[in-house]
Every structure is written in C-alpha cells, then in structure tokens.
Write a protein that binds this ligand. Structure first.
Ligand SMILES: [Zn+2]
Length: 292
C-alpha cells in the first residue's frame, strides 16, 4: 500500500510570489484533505538561472506562512545520476534522438510544444545537440482533479527536449524521475504546467513508472486579464502580512473564507481552510483575475 503523497516543487530563480503561494496552498490543502504526505522539492537543476540563497529564502517563507512539510527537502541538483540513468533507458528503448535545432531554427516556442520532427532521423547540422524524447503516436487523456477530462494529441505536442545542449536534464525528465523517486501520487500545481502533463505522462509510460493523479490550479492574472506582470511576480511575499496573504489566496482559490477570518492568525486561517477545503469550487476554473 503506497502512502498518498503530494509535493510542492518551486524553482529557486526568484522569491515566492502570489502565484507560487496559490500553487503551494492548493497543493497543501489537497494533500491535507486527502491525508497525504506533503513534500517540498527544490528544482535547482537549471543552474545558470538559480539565484544563490533563494532556496533557503523560499523554505523560510514557507515556514513563516505555516506550511509543515514531511521528510527532508529534496534538491534536484543532487539527483543528476538518476536523470542520466533514465535518459540511457529511453535511449536503449529507441525513444530518443539528437537534435541540432537551435531555438532560432524553430518557428515555434519550444516550451509550448510543436517541434516539427526535423531531426527525427539524425541531426540536420553540425554543432551542439540536445536530446529529444520521441513522443508516442495518438491521444493521451486524464481526469484533472479540478478541470475535468483533458485530452491532448501527442503528435501535436511534439518531441520534447529531455537533455539540453549544456548537458543538463530538462525540467520534463527531472520531474518525472523525481515524482516516481518520491512516490508522489498527487500532483497539484498551476495551470501554466497543464501543457507539460501529456509529455510527463508519456515519459512515465515509456519508463514504466506509476502515474500520479493531476490537478491544475487556476492561473493568477492581472485585473485586465494579462499574465501576472513581472513586477508582481518578482514581488516577494511579505512575511509580516502572511495571514492576510493566505486569506486572499483562499479567495483566489474560490474557497469563500468568512470575512472575519481576514483578521485571524495564520494558525486560525489554516485550521479553517483545511476543515473547509472545497475542491468542487475550483471546477473548470483555469484562471482568476486579481483585483485592481
Ligand atoms: Zn532538431
């Protein structure tokens, strides 16, 4: 019997902001309501973008906000050999190819998918290469905890980079290997990662790894519907106003906290939120607008 396990997995490339708080709170409430363990994983693999001291700051912020995680924090920078093993297994199974396309060569935004298969039969030019995962043919679907039935066409998602030109494992591969390593059964995260889920599920199938349940939380948007501005995203959470930020986050998560809770302590807000967690309130909500 596997213990239900959830995780929060921030990248230490900037302080936690309102959007990351929403993902952390949603994941935490889902986990506590499901009786699951809640783990923290620091995704510090993209070393060129990692900000020194940022991970420690994140953990302190989570503590100030009253999060209690289970077990030790896992750092992806300690996990490189496992990512490499997974890459070798995929290669042995004929599921990888070297790709010489640069970002500029591709007319599409690679992170959003749609690689046209240029190098499927070998690199098309000399120079550095990345390694791509050859996606399966056909559709992939899953029942999202909040968004309901989701269906994707893997061919349209395109082959995804699993090892970058600089030799680092890509986000997609590392997440899949670590979710299995940590026996994660519930992945609750922001809807900005919804388009990554088909790749991650296809990688799990190719590596014969168990598939977690997925739930994608609404994206926080500016009042005019624009993506959360850089200034708001780089605004660190204020520890001295943790209880009120937590209260606002519950509102963003459609949990309808009673107004009097706005002036309560962190402990009281959590107590109410865990007791009243209502995932149905998030049904079909892919975005939420901040008030002006
Ligand atoms: Zn290519």
């Amino acid at each position: 019997m596997i213990t239900p396990t959830a995780r929060f997995a921030p990248s230490p490339t900037g302080p936690l902001h309102l959007g990351s708080l929403l993902a952390a709170v949603g994941s935490y409430l889902d986990a506590r309501a499901a009786g699951a363990r809640w783990l923290v994983r620091i995704e510090d693999l993209d070393t060129p973008r990692v900000v020194p001291g940022c991970a420690d700051g994140m953990l302190r912020t989570l503590e100030t906000f009253g999060f209690e995680w289970d077990g030790d924090v896992l750092y992806q920078s300690t996990r490189r050999s496992d990512y490499h093993d997974a890459l070798l297994r995929l290669t042995a199974a004929g599921r990888t190819f070297r790709c010489s396309c640069s970002r500029k060569d591709l007319a599409v935004d690679d992170d959003a998918g749609g690689y046209p298969g240029t190098c499927r039969s070998g690199p098309t030019k000399s120079g550095p290469t990345s390694t791509r995962f050859r996606v399966s043919d056909g559709p992939i679907h899953f029942d999202d905890l909040f968004l309901g039935r989701q269906a994707f066409d893997l061919a349209a998602c395109g082959d995804v980079v699993i090892e970058r030109r600089d030799g680092l494992a890509s986000y997609q591969l590392a997440v899949v290997v670590d979710d299995a390593f940590q026996q994660v059964t519930r992945v609750v995260r922001g809807a900005d990662l919804l388009s990554s889920t088909p790749w991650q599920m296809d990688l799990q199938r190719a590596l014969s790894l168990p598939q977690p349940i997925y739930g994608h939380l609404p994206l926080l948007l500016e009042p005019d519907g624009a993506k959360l501005s850089k200034s708001r995203r780089s605004l660190p959470l204020d520890p001295s106003r943790a209880a009120s930020a937590l209260f606002s986050t519950l509102t963003h998560l459609s949990q309808s906290p009673p107004p009097e809770l706005a002036h309560s302590s962190i402990k009281e807000v959590w107590k109410w939120a865990i007791r009243h967690w209502n995932p149905q309130a998030l049904a079909g909500k892919a975005k939420v607008h901040l008030s002006a």
